[in-house]
Design a protein around this ligand. Structure first.
Ligand SMILES: *[C@@H]1O[C@H](CO)[C@@H](O)[C@H](O)[C@H]1NC(C)=O
Ligand SMILES: *[C@@H]1O[C@H](CO)[C@@H](O)[C@H](O)[C@H]1NC(C)=O
Ligand SMILES: *[C@@H]1O[C@H](CO)[C@@H](O)[C@H](O)[C@H]1NC(C)=O
Ligand SMILES: *[C@@H]1O[C@H](CO)[C@@H](O)[C@H](O)[C@H]1NC(C)=O
Length: 463
């Protein structure tokens, strides 16, 4: 007979929140989201049925041996022992009473009764014994049968039955340890204190760490997504997504997910809708439990409180809007990208251009409470010559279109020193040619990108 090998394969899918492989990521935050187990049968079936029957048989066998058959004789024997003791006692009483030729009638009668009962018990025991002999004989056959079966099954040993059995046990243990990994609470991200930038300049960007089509579909070419770098208590694991309607101009709601796994599986989404002031362009950010964006059709910044749903707006002085100073590639522009909000270790920023600065990029640090300008810098980067920009540690980085495969970070402006450089050559591998959104999150130190309906993220490397 050609028989089988039972092969056990096991594994975990370990998903860190938010991404699977990241050296910078706290190890404790890796959460197993799923455990899986595969059993493969090679070379035809193992006689599992026979194996199971054998198990059941030997189980039944030992159970009946233990419980029914041996309790009764044990009880009888204990009884006989007691009776024998009594009999010995009464015989000694009788001997004491003996005074030459007369036995005590009473004692003699008691001994008679005791000995009759003892005889009865011995008979019972004998009967049981003969019955047990039958049982024992039957068990002998059963045990022989089991032994034969084991012998037969042992022939499968070349197929490593025993070994695989053991491996399956190990597999079970691994699965249960995986299961418990699911229950581990991830280590929270540490929101950096403003100004805390221990790392140097950006030198490289990873390949896309994650990329997936946005939840609304491929027709939504413009959007923003990310995680609040300074979340409200209880919202630490939240991810958000906002897409612009098919006109690629306005958005009226933010979709919120309670965790990255929910984001991935597109489950338990909550849509938060703006009551007034829709968003314009894909330059919004979530910061301190509020969504900041360019108010629709206005030269203003809007702040939408995620808890109270209140909207607060303020004019951004001199800022071009409604496609006056958008981001562009050589051949076309990204619609309504005039005002680009950004977050970094130092807080909240807005990138835009003014006529006063000849359409060149202006960077302003915002007071997150009232959106007043804390500080502004004029740069010499013509805004239309960049495709996007983001900030890390107070340094502005701008990108340009190289080809359908790569975007290039070519420009930087350090707000702390005023130093400007336009000869950086850091390539960013794209999933699709267009880059509609870029923002850095100082909490997980990832770059969040929206690329032709795909939500993508990257790790950044500093030196
Ligand atoms: C073992 O006992 C159970 C319950 O009495 C019975 O269903 C099963 O068939 C028995 N197995 C064998 C192999 O005798
Ligand atoms: C022992 O095995 C034979 C053949 O498989 C079967 O006919 C018989 O009933 C078995 N005896 C017992 C006591 O299980
Ligand atoms: C931000 O604005 C609020 C409200 O106007 C004010 O109380 C706070 O002092 C400002 N913060 C800074 C850093 O200017
Ligand atoms: C930027 O340039 C304009 C025009 O020269 C000037 O009015 C403005 O004060 C400058 N802003 C800063 C922050 O230097």
């Amino acid at each position: 007979m050609d028989l089988s090998t039972l092969v056990g394969v096991f594994g975990f899918i370990l998903l860190s929140t938010p991404f699977p492989v990241d050296a910078d990521f706290p190890t404790g935050a890796r959460v197993a989201e799923r455990c899986y187990c595969e059993l493969e049968m090679a070379d035809g079936p193992f006689p599992r049925r026979r194996f199971e029957q054998l198990f059941s048989l030997s189980d039944n066998c030992s159970q009946s041996l233990n419980v029914e058959q041996f309790n009764e004789p044990v009880d009888i024997i204990a009884d006989i022992e007691q009776r024998l003791e009594k009999l010995v006692h009464w015989i000694s009483v009788l001997e004491e009473e003996y005074d030459g030729d007369l036995y005590s009638i009473v004692s003699f009668r008691i001994i008679e009764i005791e000995s009759a009962e003892l005889t009865d018990l011995v008979n019972q025991l004998q009967e049981l014994n003969s019955r047990n002999q039958g049982i024992v004989a039957k068990f002998v056959v059963k045990v022989q049968n089991i032994t034969d079966e084991v012998d037969t099954l042992e022939k499968y040993d070349r197929l490593k039955v025993v070994k695989e059995h053991r491996r399956n046990k190990i597999l079970k243990r691994s699965l249960s340890s995986c299961q418990s990994a699911l229950l581990v609470t991830p280590t929270p991200y540490v929101t950096p204190q403003p100004g805390s930038c221990s790392f140097g300049k950006l030198v490289d960007v990873s390949d896309p760490k994650s990329s997936m089509l946005n939840h609304f579909g491929a027709s939504y070419q413009y959007g923003c997504w990310g995680m609040d770098p300074w979340p409200a208590p209880g919202k630490e694991e939240q991810y958000w997504l906002m897409i612009l309607s098919s006109s690629n101009r306005f958005g009226n709601k933010i979709r919120v997910f309670t965790s990255y796994s929910k984001f991935l599986t597109r489950s338990s989404a909550v849509d938060v809708t703006f009551k007034t002031h829709n968003a314009q362009g894909s330059g919004g950010v979530m910061y301190r439990d509020a969504y900041y964006y360019n108010c629709y059709n206005l030269g203003q910044l809007c702040k939408f409180d995620m808890t109270t749903a209140e909207i607060f707006s303020v004019k951004l002085p001199y800022a071009g809007f409604n496609d006056k100073f958008p981001y562009c590639t050589v051949s076309s522009c990204y619609g309504y990208s005039d005002m680009d909000l950004a977050t970094d270790e130092n807080g909240l920023w807005v990138l835009y251009a003014t006529e006063l600065n000849y359409g060149n990029l202006v960077v302003s640090q915002l007071n997150a409470t009232d959106m007043s300008l804390l500080n502004s810098w004029n740069t010499t980067l013509y805004k239309r010559s960049a495709t996007n920009a983001f900030l890390v540690c107070g340094i502005v980085y701008a990108t340009r279109y190289l080809n359908s495969e790569f975007e290039e970070i070519f420009y930087m402006f350090d707000t702390t020193t005023g130093v400007e450089q336009n000869n950086l050559a850091i390539r960013v591998r794209k999933v699709l040619p267009g880059i509609q959104y870029m923002n850095y999150n100082p909490r997980d130190k990832l770059l969040y990108v929206y690329s032709d309906a795909y939500v993508v993220s990257y790790s950044l490397f500093f030196a």
